[in-house]
Design a protein around this ligand. Structure first.
Ligand code: HEC
Length: 190
């Protein structure tokens, strides 16, 4: 959109080289809205894929066997939804896997969500041309088999083996379990 105001040659070169332009101005409302829409869509895909795979695994082999789905499929699905302009993940104030620690911009907001469990999803600029999106993850009954106050012995054992520092138990239905976070880079990939 700013290409007209630029010298033609670099613009043409950028086109040929496929690197696009890097606008210097702040993101426009329309760009932010488009970024939020992409973020919401990515969260929806992660939530539904994970729910589907976890549900099927629970049915097949019970919670002890389904742990592998959460351990392996959750990070794989999140990675597959990302690209050069979008990153997505899950985090929590009570972590099971330390690799799900919040990115720096998410950490203070996670504390806000913890203090105000009624907070809805939110969007903000987190850097020049970067939009951050957060969506709360509520605990529902099926989660309790692996995140609840009392776990089956076999589940406890399987979790202890994989996650010696597991802090993601003791939740009740309705509790905030954590957040989906998404970063969208408006300046790349255009
Ligand atoms: C079969 C056991 C199991 C069930 C059921 C389960 N989880 Fe998990 N959950 C895990 C495991 C294992 C991990 C660690 C995944 C990893 O290594 O990234 C995890 C990680 C998470 C994380 C990432 C943050 C962290 O603590 O590492 C969130 C958020 C989460 N679960 C939410 C839920 C919600 C919400 C439900 C119910 C809809 C649910 N889980 C049901 C086993 C389970």
């Amino acid at each position: 959109m700013i290409a007209v105001a630029r010298p033609l040659l670099p613009a043409a070169l950028a086109l040929v080289l496929g690197c696009g332009h890097t606008p210097k101005g702040p993101a426009t409302p329309a760009e932010r809205e488009a970024a939020s829409a992409r973020a919401r869509e990515a969260v929806e895909k992660l939530r539904s894929s994970l729910g589907r795979e976890l549900g099927a695994a629970l049915k097949r082999g019970g919670p002890a066997a389904a742990i592998a789905v959460c351990a392996e499929r959750a990070p794989a699905i999140a990675a597959s939804l990302g690209d050069a302009t979008l990153r997505i993940g899950r985090t929590s104030h009570k972590l099971r896997n330390p690799r799900n620690a919040p990115p720096a911009w998410v950490a203070p907001l996670l504390a806000e969500y913890q203090k105000n469990p009624g907070l809805a999803s939110s969007e903000r600029l987190i850097g020049p041309g970067r939009v951050g999106y957060l969506e709360p993850i509520k605990t529902v009954t099926p989660c309790l088999a692996c995140h609840g106050q009392t776990l089956d012995g076999s589940v406890e054992e399987a979790l202890a083996k994989r996650y010696p520092k597991d802090a993601a138990t003791g939740f009740a239905a309705g509790d905030l379990r954590g957040l989906f976070w998404v970063e969208v880079d408006l300046r790349r990939g255009r």
